[in-house]
Design a protein. Sequence first.
Length: 252
Amino acid sequence: MAKGGRLVEGGVPASYDAAMALHPEVARIDALLQPHAQLALAAPMQRYMRDRFEFLGIKAPHRRALLREHWRAEGVPPVEDLPAICRGLWSLPYREAQHAGIDLLQRRERALTADFVALAEELICGKAWWDTVDALASHTVGTLFARYPAARDAALPIWRCSDDLWLRRTTLLFQLGYKERTDRALLFELIRDNLGSKEFFINKAIGWALRALSKVDADAVRRFVEQTDLVPLSRREALKWLVGRARDSRAI
């Protein structure tokens, strides 16, 4: 097993080698975003993220529109450049840079190979918070694990036992978009791995994953919730959609 319960040692360091940060696309994205900074919006964004990160104050739709036009004009970078670009974007101080890296990975999602599981792990562990972790888990990791079962089978035993809560959260959330394709037995195993956790982000993820499954398999979720000693937060989140649907049906 890799050190610290990871596929690769460490994770994203606080700062990358300058050569990575100087990838031309990192400089172009930085130059693209900086002029659109709005200090009036940056302050509440920073507070919402508990002052963990700096912000330029660019809302997600605006950021995505800027990047879409940029890549339409300049071309989307080749897939082999994505590791250096993402690492460079992760080295920038403002949060919109990390989200730009996620936007780029999603733009090139169809071209990602199994090797990108290791990069996804680096990015999950670096500057980790729910916003980047959840986007990587439910999109990039979800896609890679579905496409490359061998890579999933290599990563999951390590991540599910990791002392890094964000890797464990990823194991709970990577199937969010699978709907009917959700491996119920695997999801329930991963949830049981985390029973008794006092981590808010783990217990919230358990409920979120069950709520997503409840939309396609309500009976399975009801049975699991009834038979499992979930903390109140997980139980409440798991049943939220089913309770709302029942309330709506009674109102008709």
